[in-house]
Design a protein around this ligand. Structure first.
Ligand SMILES: Nc1ncnc2c1ncn2[C@@H]1O[C@H](COP(=O)(O)OP(=O)(O)OP(=O)(O)O)[C@@H](O)[C@H]1O
Length: 312
């Protein structure tokens, strides 16, 4: 199942597995006289299918399985019974209004925040039962970056790589490649504390990728990133996904999600209200319209008339 929603959710819920179940349907066995003349089909074990079409059809193996996830902070329910299924080779977007529970969900998926209940498997590994093995498969760009920013960019990349068990030569080579890809060559010897917000985001993204993880969990990767860099980063991620990597990211950029992702989940007040392929979720309208509709519609700004009487 691609997603779950509370039983009382008024908005329609799109289930990606609806299409998947048709796509994977096995032909009925032939019964009767004809059956005796046809030799039985011996099914060879099939290699897992990857690629965009396999992801869309729901045939690629499940890479991230989130089931019955809950988290509250005091009386505040941040995440309420979230279910997600992300397939290998998928570019999966999570959208939702401010405070919807996106960061909380992604933090639990990456093992940074302990859920109250529910299970999370990444590449078949239970994130909370076997966190070390699970974390080997994941690259994380967390929200509210807490980087060792008294290091230079080069040092930060180096320590990110060796802490992930890479040889120093490998780290140096990959650091150079990543710096070139993200346009950070000239900044590598400066302190990260002196980076702009967008540069900080890009060096953190490079650190998340340096150990070539199977899965990238990226919390608002495009926030503060300039348009040219965003195109470059998008292309890097698209190639990674085309090679079988899996990306799950949160973003407020509806156009970007609609353009880049194959699947999307809309989270509102901690619950998944819609999930599936982009086309399934948006139906006949744009993803933004669908999102605004599910998030409670547009609010008419009232009570701010004083703002139109300028104080000078
Ligand atoms: N450490 C915390 N302590 C208390 N409440 C928290 C904590 N982290 C998140 N929350 C609350 O949980 C809810 C979900 O927050 P979360 O950061 O997951 O939302 P979000 O969808 O990522 O929002 P945004 O789009 O603004 O980044 C919010 O009500 C938030 O105030």
């Amino acid at each position: 199942m691609a997603a779950g929603a509370p039983a009382n959710a008024t908005a329609p819920v799109v289930m990606a597995s609806d299409t998947a179940s048709h796509a994977t349907a096995v032909p009925e066995p032939v019964i009767g006289a004809t059956a005796q003349r046809i030799p039985p089909v011996v099914r060879k074990p099939q290699a897992p299918r990857t690629g965009a079409s396999a992801v869309i059809a729901g045939l690629a193996p499940v890479e991230i399985a989130v089931s019955g996830l809950n988290k509250r902070f005091g009386q505040n329910v941040a995440v309420a019974d979230v279910n997600l299924e992300v397939r290998a080779g998928s570019f999966y977007g999570i959208v939702g209004p401010n405070g919807a529970g996106k960061t909380t969900t992604l933090s639990m998926i990456t093992g940074l925040l302990r859920p109250d209940s529910g299970s999370i498997q990444v590449h078949g590994i239970d994130v909370w039962a076997d966190p070390i093995a699970a974390k080997r498969t994941i690259g994380v760009l967390p929200d509210r970056l807490r980087l060792f920013d008294r290091l230079t960019g080069a040092q930060l990349l180096y320590y990110s790589g060796v802490l992930r068990g890479l040889e120093s030569e490998t780290v140096r080579a990959r650091s150079a490649d990543l710096a070139a890809a993200f346009g950070l060559e000239d900044a590598l010897n400066r302190l990260v504390a002196d980076y702009s917000a967008g540069m900080t985001k890009k060096i953190a993204l490079a650190c998340a990728m340096i150990h070539s993880p199977r899965v990238l969990v990226l919390d608002e990767p495009f926030e503060s990133v300039d348009p040219v860099s965003a195109v470059n980063v998008t292309e890097i991620l698209q190639r990674y996904v085309a090679a079988g990597g899996t990306v799950i990211l949160s973003s407020h950029g509806m156009d970007l999600i609609q353009r880049v992702c194959d699947h999307v989940a809309i989270i509102v007040q901690g619950s998944v209200l819609a999930a599936g392929t982009i086309d399934e979720v948006r139906g006949n309208v744009s993803l933004e319209e669908r999102f605004v509709d599910l998030a409670g519609g547009r609010k008419v700004a009232e009570g701010l008339e004083w703002l139109h009487n300028f104080s000078d």
